[in-house]
Design a protein around this ligand. Structure first.
Ligand code: SF4
Ligand code: SF4
Length: 170
């Protein structure tokens, strides 16, 4: 049983690295919200105002595996409770989220309306649907999305990165 979830986690991490590239290439959060927050536009700069890694995770062995691996790499929330941070989330340090990998689906997929509009207006990415990406990530972990559906989803993520790279900042 564990083997199946290992395989799912491997696929999940593959998509995570593509999404990380997508968000790194736009760098939208850092440039437009975190470093110089426009409080009218972004009432919650950094936007992690809760323990989202805990709040939306499913009670499922695949999520347990993700959590175990995350804690091996970055520590458990309990061991981090004393570090200086800016939100209730123990992983939210002054330098942003300390999880470079093994984020929960909601943490990995979320992009606010302003960010999604930026993707559309600046990069011509018309279909970043964070809820859709969130559910797809859950289904990859649980094994409900596999085979050609997984490949299709992966290709759609790669296409977004390619589009962003082509329309990158001058
Ligand atoms: S998703 Fe939106 S609110 Fe959250 S850090 Fe990025 S720009 Fe700010
Ligand atoms: S784990 Fe990271 S992305 Fe998720 S709520 Fe905490 S700081 Fe935000």
């Amino acid at each position: 049983m564990q083997g199946i979830f290992e395989e799912n986690l491997h696929k999940y991490l593959e998509i995570e690295s593509i999404l990380n590239e997508l968000f790194r290439e736009t760098d939208y959060c850092v440039k437009h919200c975190i470093l110089e927050p426009d409080h009218e536009k972004f009432p919650n700069p950094g936007c992690c105002v809760d323990r989202y890694y805990q709040k939306y995770d499913l009670d499922h062995p695949a999520f347990e595996l993700l959590k175990t691996r995350r804690e091996l790499l970055f520590g458990s929330p309990e061991t981090l409770s004393r570090i200086k941070r800016i939100s209730p989330c123990e992983y939210h340090t002054l330098a942003g989220c300390m999880l470079k990998t093994h984020k929960s689906p909601i943490c990995l997929s979320f992009f606010c309306r302003q960010g999604i509009e930026w993707l559309r207006d600046r990069h011509g990415v018309m279909a970043y649907d964070y809820l859709g990406v969130h559910y797809a990530l859950e289904w990859i972990l649980t094994g409900d999305m596999k085979g050609s559906q997984y490949e299709e989803f992966k290709t759609s993520c790669l296409n977004m990165v390619e589009k962003i790279n082509k329309t990158g900042l001058p």
